[in-house]
Design a protein around this ligand. Structure first.
Ligand SMILES: [Ca+2]
Ligand SMILES: [Ca+2]
Ligand SMILES: [Ca+2]
Length: 284
């Protein structure tokens, strides 16, 4: 029987092709399933008191090891914020000590561009950040709303195509840019804090004196449909968070039976030292 013809390279060739295909598959594997919709940026609302600095978080969400990201944020026209900035301070990204950080703020155009690459300079050690499975703060927007700025909501909104050349919101995965498709903006909520009302505890009728008229006022509204005090907390003479008969009795003891004086603020007007459910709409 003749020996089968030798085909020394046929098997090896097929085998080599299989290895090549397998290798390519493995190389491509991390890229498979990278759906842009799984990547996103979310600007988190922050309350800002005029005259005080604020820090606004930008969260990222991603499903592959990232080597960096780029933010393109639209700012309201004439944004009333001094010293506007963005950084990776106070984030885990900051802990990676990124090689490349580029900020470009154009207040007139209403654009804030921020690019971050973890590993852009030699030695290249391939620093990446793995997905953590939930949104994570990747940047912090800081600034100060000037004193006297009226209450308002200022939208900071991730929008693709800002700047020139146009910049998109992306994550860097390997050598690819993955668009961040889940984009949601957040508001700088400018809020002047309410002025805390001052009162003298026991001075239910708000005439800056604590005397028998306050006991009568207190009994009147507690039992006889008299007017509710503008500053209920002033009527809470024993400062237990409730205005009731025990406060009238407390004041009687104080005024006529050498009892304990009302709790602070007393003698001098002030605010409640022991925050509770009872408030003061209007003080002295
Ligand atoms: Ca009084
Ligand atoms: Ca009370
Ligand atoms: Ca209190």
């Amino acid at each position: 029987m003749p020996l089968p013809e030798r085909q020394p390279f046929a098997t090896g060739g097929t085998f080599g092709s299989l290895i090549l295909v397998a290798l390519i598959s493995v190389l491509l594997l991390p890229q498979q399933g990278l759906i842009a919709g799984d990547f996103g940026f979310n600007v988190i609302d922050v309350e800002a008191v005029p005259g005080e600095p604020f820090a606004m978080s930008v969260e990222g969400d991603w499903t592959a090891n990232i080597g960096g990201f780029q933010l393109s944020l639209q700012l309201p026209f004439g944004l009333p914020v001094d010293d506007l900035g963005i950084s990776v301070d106070n984030t885990l990204v900051g802990e990676l000590d990124p090689d490349f950080l580029q900020v470009n703020i154009d207040m007139a155009a209403g654009e804030l561009i921020y690019a971050v690459l973890f590993d852009a300079l030699p030695p290249f050690d391939g620093t990446v950040m793995p997905p953590v499975g939930f949104p994570l703060a990747v940047a912090e927007i800081t600034g100060t709303v000037p004193q006297g700025t009226p209450d308002q909501d200022l939208l900071i909104n991730p929008v693709d195509g800002l700047g020139s050349p146009p910049i998109n919101n992306i994550f860097v995965v390997g050598v690819d840019s993955i668009p961040a498709e889940n984009l949601s903006g957040g508001y700088i909520q400018v809020r002047e804090p309410p002025v805390e009302q001052v009162f003298i505890r026991g001075d239910v009728n708000l005439d800056a004196l604590v005397d028998i008229a306050d006991i009568i006022f207190h009994l009147n509204y507690t039992f006889l449909d008299g007017p509710t005090p503008l500053c209920l907390d002033a009527g809470d003479a024993n400062d237990d968070g409730v205005s009731d008969i025990s406060d009238s009795i407390f004041l009687m003891y104080y005024l006529f039976l050498d009892g304990q004086q009302p709790w602070p603020p007393f003698h001098m007007p002030g605010t409640d030292y022991t925050p509770d459910g009872i408030g003061c709409e209007q003080g002295l």
